[in-house]
Design a protein around this ligand. Structure first.
Ligand code: 5GP
Ligand code: ZN
Length: 114
């Protein structure tokens, strides 16, 4: 998608600190980290958010879940634990409308919403 920040990052038009890449997804460090490890995992296909997923995307979603585990291992937070968040829409304060999963770890997270 032409005017999408994360599509531009995936294409390399905007620089990013790459952590992981496969056929389905691209992962890079958040520009404003909220934890010692804060990685954004995005599908290469432009999808607005979880609410826009269709049956067609089953493979992408599955592969991303597996990629998140690999990234956690690579970042050294698989054993200590980590949190995965995907903000979806206005009330969740989603700011970039290309599906992404925040992977947060490297510290004990006291604030627990659920
Ligand atoms: P959201 O608020 O939509 O769930 O998450 C968007 C995330 O993208 C935020 O955590 C923000 O810090 C991050 N972000 C916004 N612009 C950039 C950028 O240009 N590069 C990187 N690496 N992260 C960005
Ligand atoms: Zn996009």
């Amino acid at each position: 998608m032409d005017n999408c920040l994360f599509c531009k990052i995936i294409k390399g038009d905007i620089p990013s600190s790459k952590v992981y890449e496969d056929d389905y997804c691209y992962a890079f460090r958040d520009i404003a980290p909220q934890a010692p490890v804060h990685v954004l995992v995005v599908p290469k296909k432009h999808i607005e958010n979880i609410g826009a997923l269709t049956e067609e995307d089953v493979e992408i979603v599955g592969k991303i879940q597996i990629a998140i585990g690999k990234i956690a291992k690579q970042e050294g937070i698989l054993e200590s634990g980590f949190r995965v968040i995907s903000n979806c829409g206005k009330d969740a304060a989603q700011t970039v409308f290309h599906l992404h999963y925040h992977v947060l770890g490297g510290k004990e997270m006291a604030e627990k919403m659920v």
